[in-house]
Design a protein around this ligand. Sequence first.
Ligand code: COI
Length: 355
Amino acid sequence: MLDIKMQLSTTPKEKPDQTKLGFGIYYTDNMFVMDYTEGKGWHDARIVPYAPISLDPAAMVFHYAQESFEGLKAYRTPDGSIQLFRANKNAERMQNTNKRMCIPALPVDDFVQACKTLVEVEKDWVPSQEGTSLYLRPFVIATEPHLGVRPSSTYSFIIIASPVGAYYESGLNPVKIFVEDEYVRATPGGTGFTKCGGNYAGSLASQVKAHDLGYEQVLWLDGVEHKYVEEVGSMNCFFKIDGVVYTAPCVGTVLPGVTRMSCIELLEKWGYKVCTDRLPIADVVKASKEGKLEEVFGTGTAAVISPVGELRYEDDVCVINNNKIGEVTQRLYDEITSIQWGKKEDHMGWTIKVC
Ligand code: COI
């Protein structure tokens, strides 16, 4: 159990208009910080005023990108209480990321305790407007000033919190996705399964290209054959073809999303066949031409469930379900958001009460 010292802000900020939150624009009054020193372990857990952090310009995170991050949300329920969604899964994933990035492990219980404590301190920042939440961004950075390439001997674990609305401006309206066939996101043996900043830095050129072509996001193909669908920029991706729901396997190149995992569990509970074998993009295009591509949707903490209305791969443009949200997509959205926002009983045991 962490001994978290409170050194809270004495100058509270004005809270933003809950109808205009956007995503990742506003930050709460305080943040959680804990340091790691080789030989001493994690120490000095504290909640301090949200403020810029001071780092040596030689800090290793700036040069070799040794860092990891997570994303999870705190939800305001109808009775005014606050809950987290499967925070232990984020903690476990951060452990896997840290292992791959040679960052010291953070105990799952400490991660969850830190999130809960920050949310409790910032409870007045958890919005109540439909579809809003308090997004938590835990991250670890390598802080040792050193230019040789090796793991840092010091780190900081920080959690910031941001009241948010929908990730996409279009809300639950279908997004248009460009299938990337030039750049790759991940290859076997690489860092594709981790949540590290480098994965996202490497994706930006493709995202800019897709935006210029009028698409909101990129669908990545596997990095070896450029043949199998993997994931979308900020989401995992599901395809319903002829009654069967497909999503890419988490075999090292795909991020094991918490919402992805939750959707699979619900779909199986509802009796759908979920196939996590590799799915060729050619099969998706063929299914679309044959009228069998019934639904496509993305899943993620930030994006929740996001219907896909159009996929472009090379010269083929697949319009999905007449650019309307599909039945399974809507059912998953309703079920998951009802559990997250406490509008229905949590029959899956996924929520963690904060206060
Ligand atoms: C999330 O869904 O929480 C993410 O981290 C995706 C993105 C905003 C990077």
